[in-house]
Design a binder for this molecule. Structure first.
Ligand code: HEM
Length: 328
């Protein structure tokens, strides 16, 4: 292995350290003002996840998309009105499932009854995401609390902050790097694709229209490709058709996503590319071999995501409703 490559691997392989207190967040923020905060969220998400098992994945994606655009401030939960097109209606957010928004609204309603005007929507989203991940088998990690909710939400501010499935690994590394995440953290976070779905439109070109020489992406396992072709045959007519991100254990948060990538069973081109690009492959191989390493790195990277760009003090507000600011 060339020395510069080894050196770059070393440089990107460590996880950045940070302190919750530096971000003015604390785990016991509501211990006096809303002592039942954790319990109420647990009750709401348990009922919701049991009746709609896709809630965990949807909520995790909503959390991630919220944090990446202007910080974890629940700006994604705001609804558009006649004066403003909100983040939620940016094209990349259109596929976010209603169940994820609904579980946060339910938790907010329950919390407003118990402790009115105290708990922010951004804290509810952060806590519910962690609890849902844990509920489907993923790791438990610390969630600092005390975020304020944003005062604005603009669809035009979304572009360029969230990776798309047709981007190159270099473009994706760049998006994450601009937010302070290194390659190791990026690969660990994308392990979120161990749960949930993707619509056929996100990967259909890999099945039907890949290149002049090959209609199907040769990096895709042929049996897997054949199954997906059947599943997605009518995707142009029925835009709702979707496949599991992790075809083997779709509802369980585990390291199967990485094991699948090693076998060509990656759904999105970007997922599959991570298993071959020399900058990302070492981490795919590490997490495929060692679920504990994946859980530790994922936890750390989620803690870091959760403090990204948070608003405290008078930088924001505690919304009365999660879908609108207190002024509107
Ligand atoms: C590396 C760059 C990434 C790309 C290109 C990407 C792209 C996508 C796409 C296209 C979908 C399918 C959306 C649909 O059709 O409904 C998806 C689903 C999902 N993504 Fe990502 N993603 C990336 C990273 C992440 C990260 C870092 C997280 C969380 C930490 C995440 C969490 C999820 C989850 C949980 C789903 C399933 C959602 C559901 O079932 O409703 N993704 N992603």
């Amino acid at each position: 292995m060339a020395l510069p490559y080894l050196l770059s691997l070393f440089l990107v392989s460590s996880l950045t350290l940070f302190n919750l207190a530096d971000c003015q967040l604390t785990e016991d923020y509501y211990s006096k003002t809303c002592p039942d905060f954790q319990k109420i969220i647990q009750e709401i998400i348990t009922v919701k996840q049991m009746s709609n098992p896709t809630t965990a994945a949807g909520t995790l994606r909503v959390f991630f998309h919220d944090c990446m655009v202007g910080g974890c401030d629940a700006s994604l939960l705001i609804s558009s009105n006649s004066f403003n097109k909100a983040e939620r209606d940016a094209d990349i957010n259109e596929s976010l499932p209603g169940d994820a928004f609904e579980v946060i609204v339910r938790a907010k309603t329950a919390l407003e009854l118990k402790c009115p005007g105290i708990v922010s929507c951004s804290d509810i989203l952060a806590e519910a995401t962690r609890d849902l991940i844990t509920m489907v088998g993923g790791p438990f990690y610390k969630v600092g609390l005390g975020r304020k909710d944003s005062l604005t939400s603009k669809a035009v501010e979304v572009e360029g902050h969230i990776a798309r499935s047709n981007m190159s690994i270099t473009e994706i590394i760049d998006i994450f790097a601009k937010k302070g995440f290194n390659i190791r953290e990026m690969v660990a976070l994308t392990g979120a694709h161990t749960i949930g779905f993707s619509h056929c439109s996100e990967f259909s070109y890999r099945l039907f229209n890949f290149s002049k020489d090959s209609k199907t992406d040769p990096s895709m396992n042929p049996l897997y490709a054949a199954g997906l072709k059947t599943l997605c045959a009518n995707y142009l007519m029925d835009k709702a058709i979707a496949a599991f991100n992790d075809a083997i254990t779709p509802g369980k948060f585990d390291n199967m996503y990485y094991l699948n990538l090693q076998k060509g069973i990656g759904l999105l081109a970007t997922d599959q590319a991570m298993a071959s690009d020399p900058r990302t492959k070492p981490f795919v191989d590490l997490y495929a071999k060692n679920q504990t390493a994946f859980f530790e790195d994922f936890s750390r990277a989620m803690e870091k995501t959760g403090v990204y760009g948070v608003k405290t003090g008078n930088q924001g507000e505690v919304r009365r409703r999660c879908d609108s600011t207190n002024k509107s």
